[in-house]
Design a protein around this ligand. Sequence first.
Ligand code: DGL
Length: 269
Amino acid sequence: MDIKEQPIGVFDSGIGGLTVLKEILKALPYENTVYLGDTARVPYGIRSPETVLRYSFENTRFLISKNIKLLVIACNTSSAISLDAIKEMVNIPVIGVIEPGAKAAVKATRNKMVGVIGTEATIKSNSYTKAIKNLDKEISVTALACPLFVPLVEEGWTDGTIASLIAEKYLSNFKNSNIDTIVLGCTHYPLLKKVISNVMGSEVTLIDSAIETAGEIKKILKTSGLEKKKEGSPLREFFVTDSVEKFLNIGEKFLGEKINNIEKIQLGG
Ligand code: DGL
C-alpha cells in the first residue's frame, strides 16, 4: 500500500479523544483514520505513571498493527507521561497534545500569566508547565487539576447549574489571579468551553489543544510528504475495549457525526 494511503492512528483512554479526531477530520477530511478508545480501562487521569505507560504501549502496539503512517496520542494524560517513550518505540511520526497546546498558549498570552487545567496525572506530571516554560521561561504557569470535569462530561452535563457550580468552585483558584489564557489540558474540557468561559469571562482566552494538534498534524504530513491524495472516500475505523453501544451513545456527541465501522477488541493480559 502507498504510505500516503495508510491511516492516521489516534488513541485515547476512551471517548474523549474524539474531540481531537473531530478536529483532525475538519483539518484533513480526506485522510484515512483509525481510532482506538481504551474504554475498558478509562480513566487514565487517576492512575500511576507506570500504569498509564503500560496502557499507552499496548494501545500503540495495536495501532501499529493497523499499519498507520502517523500516531496521535489524543489523551493528555497519556501524552504527558508516555510521549517520549513511545517516540523511542516506533519509527513513524508521533504527536501528542501537550506541545501544540503549550505553543498556542505562549502565542495567546498578552500578560504572560497562563493557567492550565487537566486531570490529576497530567497536572502532577508538570508537562504543560515544562513545555510552556521551555518556550518562554518568563511565563508564569498556574496548573490545576479538575477531576470532576471528566465524569461530568461523560454524564452529558456540559451546561446547566451543576456544571456551572463545579466550574465556579474549581476556577475560583484562578479568579483573583491575572491569568489571561487557560489551556484546556484534557480531552473532555472543550465540551465545557461555554461554562468555563462564563465563569472566567470572555477576556480570558481558552486554548483547545485539539485544534492546535490537528494543525500540527497537517504541517507534519505536508513537510514529510505523507499527505493522502484528496480523492476517494476516506476509511474511518473505530476500536474500543469495552461496550460498543456505550461508546456510540456519547461518542457521536463528541465527534459530531455518525460512527460506523466499530469493533470491540481486547488489550493487555
Ligand atoms: N483522556 C484523558 C485526558 O485527556 C481524560 C480521561 C481520563 O482520565 O482518562 O487526560
